[in-house]
Design a binder for this molecule. Structure first.
Ligand code: NI
Length: 167
């Protein structure tokens, strides 16, 4: 197991579009283990491979209170989204200390492969629905701050620069 380095916004590598996983093999399973360890250590509820500079369509999520319900999504696809939308306050391990509201579909159904390479489908609502949409955005090269006003985005970039200098 290994902790992976998480890229910080506005790193351009966060804008790369991740490629589909052709075969779920031991390399992918090792990536999943390392991503989960990195996510739990952060601590965070979700991580996309893009955030650790691996541009493959892999996501780990655990929204449980006890942190004992790891969900792995490989090559996730949205099957269905609800017309109803909801505002949730989001944060991101790649944008530390920044939280703001984003409107997204309230419920989604997602199809993906698990770490065994088996297809599954899951109906998501609440935090899980928010999280899977947020992480799938990462795989497509998007960070949640892009939904915010240009003024807010400029402010956030300024804050991130200061943070980088302090490190
Ligand atoms: Ni994020």
């Amino acid at each position: 197991m290994a902790l992976l380095h998480i890229l910080n916004y506005p790193d351009k590598r966060l804008n790369k579009v991740a490629k589909s996983v052709a075969v779920v093999d031991d390399r992918i399973r090792k990536l999943v283990v390392d991503m989960a360890e990195t996510m739990y250590a952060a601590p965070g509820v979700g991580l996309a491979a893009t955030q650790v500079d691996v541009h493959k369509r892999v996501i780990t999520i655990d929204v449980s209170d006890a942190h004992d319900d790891l969900k792995v999504f490989i090559n996730p696809e949205i099957v269905w989204v609800s017309d109803e939308k909801k505002d949730w306050e989001e944060g991101c391990l790649s944008v530390p200390g920044i939280y703001d509201f984003v409107e997204r579909p309230d419920k989604v159904c997602v199809k993906a492969l698990n770490e065994k390479g088996e297809t599954f489908e899951i109906d998501c609502d609440g935090l899980l629905a928010v999280c899977i949409q947020h992480e799938m955005d990462h795989l497509n090269g998007h960070v949640f701050v892009e939904y915010l006003s240009p003024l807010k985005q400029t402010r956030i970039r300024g804050k991130m620069k200061k943070l980088e200098k302090a490190l």
